[in-house]
Design a protein around this ligand. Structure first.
Ligand SMILES: Cc1cc2nc3c(=O)[nH]c(=O)nc-3n(C[C@H](O)[C@H](O)[C@H](O)COP(=O)(O)OP(=O)(O)OC[C@H]3O[C@@H](n4cnc5c(N)ncnc54)[C@H](O)[C@@H]3O)c2cc1C
Length: 429
C-alpha cells in the first residue's frame, strides 16, 4: 500500500484527499496546522452559537466543480441563490452617497462621471464579456489596457481605486488577463436584465467543510490537526515529514499550503530556486461585524472614499438564508504595509468608524481574522513562471491558489487544481 501525505487542510488539500481515498491501494494522511480544517474557508462561532465564515464566501454560477462537490456530499438542498444588489459608495464634497450599479440603466444614470466615460466603460465590459475564455493576454498590464480602451477618467473612476486598495504597491503591475477573468466570473451571475444572483449554503461555508471532513474520516483518511509541518526531507524514494517532534515516512507528498511557506520547510535547493514558488502573495485582515439591522440594501458595496482602506463592504444580511446581520470588510495588505502591522483592535476601531458614517445601526459583535498569504499577486508574465504541480523533486507535488491563474483564486479553482494534482499522481500509484 502506498502512503501519501497531503499537507494543508484547505479545500484543495481536502478534495485531493477525498479523491485519493477512493483508491484502496493508498493510505492518505492529511496534515493541517490549524485546529480546524478549511484554510481560507474556515469558520468561527458567533455569540448566539451560529457559525460564520471567517472570510466571507459566496458562490458564482460558473463554480461548476464546487456544485458537483456539493452534490456528492448531499448538500444540494442547503444551497440557494439570492438576487442581490451592488452599489457604489462615494464621497463628494465631504458627503457620502450611494448609487446603484447593477443594470445598464443604473450605469447610464451614474453621477460624477461624464456620459462618454460611462459609455466607454460599458462598451469595454461588453467586449470583455464576449471574449472566449481561451483569450489570455498575459503580457500587458490591466492598467495600460484599460486606460487605452476606457480613457483616464473612466479607468480612475471604475478600476484604479479597486486595484489600489487591493494590491497597493503592486496595483500597476496586475495583468490584463487576471482582471478580465475576474470580471468574466462576476458577469456569470448576471441575467440579461441586470439581476445578479449569488449562491450560499445554509450555515455558510462551515456546512461544506464539516461535511467534507466527516466524509474524509468515513473514507479512512488520517487527519492530523493543530500541527504545522516544519520540515519535508527526502532520501532515495521516500519522504520524511516532520510535525513538532514527530516524523513519519511517506511514498509521495502533496503540499497545498501557500507557496511562500515552502522555502521554510523544504531545504532542497531545487525547490528553493524554482521561480514558480517565488510569486508574491499578500495578506488579508477580514473585519467582520454583527449589526442590529442590514447596513444598506446592497450586498456588495464598492467604496470610493480615498481616505478609507477598504475596496468595499460585503453585507451577508441580504442573503435570504441567513439569520444574522453580518458584514465583512476585507483589508488586503502587503506585509510591509503599515496597516498589516497594526493590532486587530485598531483595525476593528477603524471599521467601526466607517460603519458609523454610513448608518445609525448598532454594532453588537466585532471580529478580525487574518490570513498571511491570501491573494497571489498576478502580474504580467505570470504564465511563464507557473510550470507544473510536479515539483523538481520526483514524488513531491506543490500547488497553491497561484495555480488558478489567469483566473482569480476561489473554491472552484482550488478544486480544479486538486484535479490537476490527481491527474499527475494517477500514473504513479
Ligand atoms: C477575504 C476572502 C474572501 C473570499 N471569498 C471567496 C468567495 O466568496 N468565493 C470563493 O469561491 N472563494 C473566496 N475566497 C477564496 C477561497 O477561500 C480560497 O481560494 C480557497 O479557500 C483556497 O483554498 P486552498 O485549499 O487552495 O488554500 P488555503 O485555504 O490557503 O489552504 C491551505 C491550508 O494549508 C494550511 N497550512 C499552511 N501551512 C501549513 C503547514 N506548515 N503545515 C500544515 N498545514 C499548513 C493552512 O492553515 C490552510 O488550511 C476568499 C478568500 C478571502 C481571503
Amino acid at each position: 500500500m502506498k502512503k501519501i501525505c497531503i499537507i494543508g487542510g484547505g479545500i484543495m488539500g481536502m478534495t485531493t484527499a477525498l479523491k485519493l481515498s477512493l483508491n484502496k491501494d493508498v493510505k492518505v494522511t492529511l496534515i493541517e496546522k490549524e485546529n480546524e480544517l478549511g484554510g481560507m474557508a474556515r469558520s468561527f462561532r458567533l455569540k448566539n452559537g451560529q457559525t460564520a465564515d471567517c472570510f466571507y464566501h459566496y458562490f458564482c454560477q460558473s463554480d461548476k466543480r464546487l456544485y458537483k462537490l456539493i452534490d456528492e456530499l448531499g448538500l444540494r438542498g442547503d444551497l440557494s441563490f439570492t438576487k442581490l444588489k451592488t452599489g457604489l459608495l462615494s464621497q463628494r464634497e465631504g458627503n457620502l452617497e450611494i448609487q446603484p450599479m447593477d443594470s445598464c440603466i443604473n450605469l447610464l444614470t451614474l453621477k460624477h462621471i461624464p456620459l462618454i466615460d460611462r459609455l466607454r466603460f460599458m462598451l469595454h465590459v461588453f467586449y470583455i464579456s464576449r471574449l472566449s475564455s481561451d483569450h489570455v493576454d498575459d503580457l500587458v498590464t490591466a492598467e495600460s489596457h484599460y486606460l487605452k480602451w476606457e480613457g483616464e477618467r473612466a479607468y480612475k473612476f471604475f478600476w484604479k481605486y479597486l486595484l489600489d486598495k487591493k494590491f497597493h504597491k503592486y496595483a500597476a503591475e496586475i495583468s490584463y488577463a487576471w482582471l478580465n477573468n475576474r470580471i468574466m466570473r462576476a458577469l456569470t451571475n448576471k441575467t440579461f436584465m441586470g439581476n445578479t444572483y449569488y449562491g450560499r449554503l445554509n450555515g455558510g461555508i462551515h456546512t461544506l467543510i464539516s461535511k467534507l471532513e466527516k466524509r474524509l474520516i468515513d473514507h479512512g483518511v488520517e487527519i492530523i490537526k493543530g500541527n504545522p509541518v516544519s520540515v519535508i526531507s527526502f532520501l532515495e524514494k521516500s519522504f520524511t515529514v516532520t510535525v513538532n517532534n514527530f516524523s513519519a515516512t511517506f511514498d509521495k507528498v502533496v503540499t497545498t499550503i501557500p507557496l511562500p511557506y515552502l522555502r521554510n520547510i523544504i531545504p532542497d535547493i531545487r525547490v528553493q530556486s524554482a521561480e514558480q514558488y517565488r510569486i508574491n502573495n499578500i495578506g488579508c485582515v477580514c473585519l467582520c461585524f454583527v449589526l442590529n439591522k442590514p447596513l444598506t440594501e446592497y450586498f456588495w458595496l464598492n467604496t470610493d472614499v480615498n481616505a478609507w482602506a477598504i475596496p468595499g463592504i460585503v453585507d451577508f444580511s441580504n442573503f435570504k438564508n441567513t439569520d444574522s446581520n453580518l458584514i465583512y470588510m476585507p483589508l488586503y495588505l502587503p506585509h510591509d504595509h503599515g496597516l498589516w502591522q497594526k493590532p486587530d483592535s485598531e483595525l476593528i476601531a477603524m471599521g467601526r468608524e466607517y460603519i458609523a458614517k454610513i448608518s445609525d445601526c448598532v454594532i453588537t459583535e466585532s471580529y478580525a481574522h487574518r490570513y498571511e498569504y491570501a491573494q497571489p499577486i498576478f502580474t504580467t508574465k505570470t504564465f511563464s513562471k507557473i510550470k507544473s504541480v510536479r515539483s523538481p523533486v520526483p514524488g513531491l507535488y506543490c500547488a497553491d491558489t497561484t495555480f488558478s491563474y489567469p483566473n482569480d483564486r476561489c473554491l472552484d479553482e482550488s478544486i480544479k487544481i486538486a484535479e490537476r494534482i490527481l491527474r499527475e499522481l494517477e500514473g504513479e500509484i
